[in-house]
Design a binder for this molecule. Sequence first.
Ligand code: PEP
Ligand code: MG
Length: 369
Amino acid sequence: PPEISEEIEVLLGWADEIRTLGVRTNADTPEDAQKALELGAEGIGLCRTEHMFFEEDRIPVVRDMILAESKEARELQLAKLLPMQRKDFTEILRVMQGKPVTIRYLDPPLHEFLPKVYELKEDLDKLKEKGASKDEIEKIEKMIDRVVNLHELNPMLGHRGCRLGITYPEIYNMQTRAIIEAACSLHKEGIVVKPEIMIPLVGHVRELEITKKDVNETAKKVMDECGVSIEYTVGTMIELPRATMTADQIAKEADFFSFGTNDLTQTTFGFSRDDVAKFIPLYIEKGILPEDPFVAIDQEGVGELMKIGVQKGKSAKPELKMGICGEHGGEPSSIRFAYSLGLNYVSCSPYRVPIARLVAAQATIENEK
Ligand code: PEP
Ligand code: MG
């Protein structure tokens, strides 16, 4: 566990009195949330939900859900995931005791859940050798067709984020139900929570409109069933250049913006966030890059787009809350940049929270000089 000396605690206390920039954390387990609270986080700025689906007992269910050929068959699998997801959210929201919690809807590259075609083909060969029934063989053949159909060469630029929520609305509907049911049950325990629902990978306002309409419909249904009214908000990640350029339209539908600088860097540079490490050092050496843009916000490209996003967003909705939840949210130069843009908060991994508190205070002091 993190050890913070008394002197540092005092210093961080002074920093908190000075700073105006909020500091939240990225956490998707109750343990991380608790750790971040102890380190001074004021809320969760990003609770990713894809890791929850990777738990051993869930992967096969998620896989069957994605491979299902009808909405009904998908809903059957989602019904199995609902109680698990409700428990996930109840635990995290309980730990946070009414502090803001932004829950980001499922945003996985689909391929990570799919079986491998060669494995299925091996299964098929074995079944044939065993003299399996026509039905059994057909089942695997169909599955292979479906996997081949869903296969993408560039999954990170593909069927993920809200694109998934638009293709299979029942996935996001399950997540909405889980969040609102969790909030209703906590409400009955006397813990008032106001979940912030966040839609990933939005590039155009229609994507937010479509997904938000579903959120509101499902939330209303659940609240009617529970007889409890929950205050929740619906906002969006701003992590694609298109989203920054159309932020004025998106803002009209959004309660908040959260800049996803990981994807925004990937899509602005056209660098894969998973593979770039190989040539970034050379690019720095040759003066093409001042530093690793996945570590510190590139203020020329990504930063300019963020500026546009903030300006356009505020022009449409001056009171719009904005934060940043990419890895950059815990990096000093990026935190100063977030301050200069007038963002409301940064969100970073739990162990970065104390640094973010200090740098946020320094940014205020430097500004007042
Ligand atoms: C981002 O893209 O910056 C982000 C926070 O989302 P993720 O890293 O989960 O894609
Ligand atoms: Mg992202």
